[in-house]
Design a protein around this ligand. Sequence first.
Ligand code: SF4
Length: 702
Amino acid sequence: MSGDTHEPVKTICPYCGVGCGIQVQQGDGPGDVQFMPWGGAPVNQGRICIKGGAATEVVDHEDRLTDPLIRDDSGEFREATWEECYEFVVDELERIHESYGPDSMGFFGSSKTMNEENYLLQKLARRYGTNNVDNCTRMCHASTVWALRTSLGAGAMTNSMTDLREECDLFWIQGANPGEQHPIANSQYFRQAVLEGATVIQIDPHANKTTRSFQIDDTERHQHLQLNPGTDIPLLTIVLQTILEHHEANPEDGWIDEAFVEARTEGFEDLKETLADVDKEAAAEECGLPLEKIELAAEKYASADNAAIFTGMGMSQHACGVDNVQNEINLALITGNLGRPGTGVNPLRGQNNVQGTCDVGAMPNVLPGYQLVDDDEARTRVENVWGFEIPDEPGLTNVEISHQFGNAVRGLYVMGENPVMSEPDATSVIERIQDLEFMVVQDIFMTETAEYADVVLPATTWAERDGTVTNTDRRVQRMRGVDKVHENTKHDLEILSTVGMRLFDDGAKHFDFDDPEAVFEELRQVCPSYHGMSYDRLGEDGIQWPCYEPGDEGDPFLYEHEFDTESGKGHIEGISHTPPAETPDDEYPLILTTARLEEHYNTGTMSRRSPTLNRQTPENFVDVHPNDAERYGIEDGDEVVLTSRRGEITVEAQVTDDIKEGVVWTTPHFAAASANVLTNDVLDERAKIPEYKAAAADIEVG
Ligand code: SF4
């Protein structure tokens, strides 16, 4: 790996999508890996949040997998050699292919792993003959990617943290919590703009660190719209209609940017038609908010010079997730808040490489660079570089693969994912995963999913590997590793490369790479927006895609002149409300919603093993409004049983008016009581993202 073992190496924090640079230094002993700040890091200039500062704690953790494991005839794991494991994995992949066909395998990539690794995994799946390859973006922003890609052109943040800090006058933060989930972006970028006068409109059922960091107390300047979960469409419909009505009466105010709408969009008439029948009073009641408050927010957005929308999983994780984000796009397009600094529709990505994992094609419907698998021309372009045929039908998504365990899907290849905790209705996932004939897991710890595997392959951590990751504002950055902590572990790339070379007759031709840079060189040949990059050009600052040619500097914001759609226009669409699949009833009278904590990370595989992070919050809990607590006889700190149609968890109650009355709020991080035991696995029809954010629930003192 790169660098002198005692010189610090510059790399990227493995947690959220902000992409903060940090340094890692190898100490004298093989397991001694230390964190150091990186003062000149391009995104964070040396500043770091609690997760980044504690990131090295998992690298030499005592739970690390150190040797390959195979499940023996008694059902127990035993240590095995790499040779034995490779042979077993290849034999099983061949058997499943021969017995059931290539679409009976599923491949799960991960945003905890790098661009090169996800690129090679999806290539392995496609060489195997299936497009059944997906990654955890399916669980977080698949609907956002879908809406942005189809209506604007690229499934990514339209703007960047820098231009938003410098130019934005109003932050419209809907279903996102940067104060907690993207702390350095929030403090270094967004808060600076607010200190210089920018306004914040926060839309979330839960008051949180974002509310507190901007001191949003519904003063004249900032507003928190604490809506009912699953009512973002009625809320945005009121906003759009208010802007439309005002513009008809006062066109001189310019709330609608007529020139922009005329020249650069299509579909405005369709939107107007949909809005014509809206009863604003009834919609506000559905949101659980006074109408005037929503109208005031509309006025603030429409009259700001530069308004930027931040969209998070509160929007995307719904069965109407694509529609939710499309309505945000509608708002930005009719007001002309796209295509210039300080504006845009900006998904805040939750994981270190969730943007890149999609960019490099670890998805069932797109190849690297979001080229559709069912587009003959695009597929042929990639086939010409790869030298083999790619299946021409989109494959199954993560949750669809999981729904088919033991039926259409007989085997699963998992790299760095933990589906038995990350997927909704987790108890049924555990039941179904045991119906698989074969599962291989590559990971750094014995995850809850690896417990059900046939083969567990010990991988190296983020601090021990080289490669690239792509952050939330499209910045491709290099990660650099120190020496391996455990000799018998292997880098994900080496494992995939070896499996690929052994599995196929022509494997050496397609999977023999000396190092991550060689993989990146191939990736850029098939991914147009990365084509102008190289490891040398990325250097220490990285490059924000698109970077089509070697001379391109990359783009801090997109769509200055035209959108990347077929017509070159931004697509506006009238959206009708679809309520959550489950609404409260006599049996389950509350709405359950879920979110993450600052000090934990997704299924907690790493953060629960980090003493610094786990000390902050060692167990799950549920937020209950004081009026609901009184109704159910719950005192602050009581043990309560939270139930949904799918199961129950026992957690401590926090009685707080942070949460809206009638709503309970909990987290997915803890294996002993995960929110995903309760969540609903109903999917958005197009993006196939599950509805984590709204389920009917009940609560009682335990
Ligand atoms: Fe890491 Fe995100 Fe914190 Fe930066 S803000 S240190 S990337 S977790």
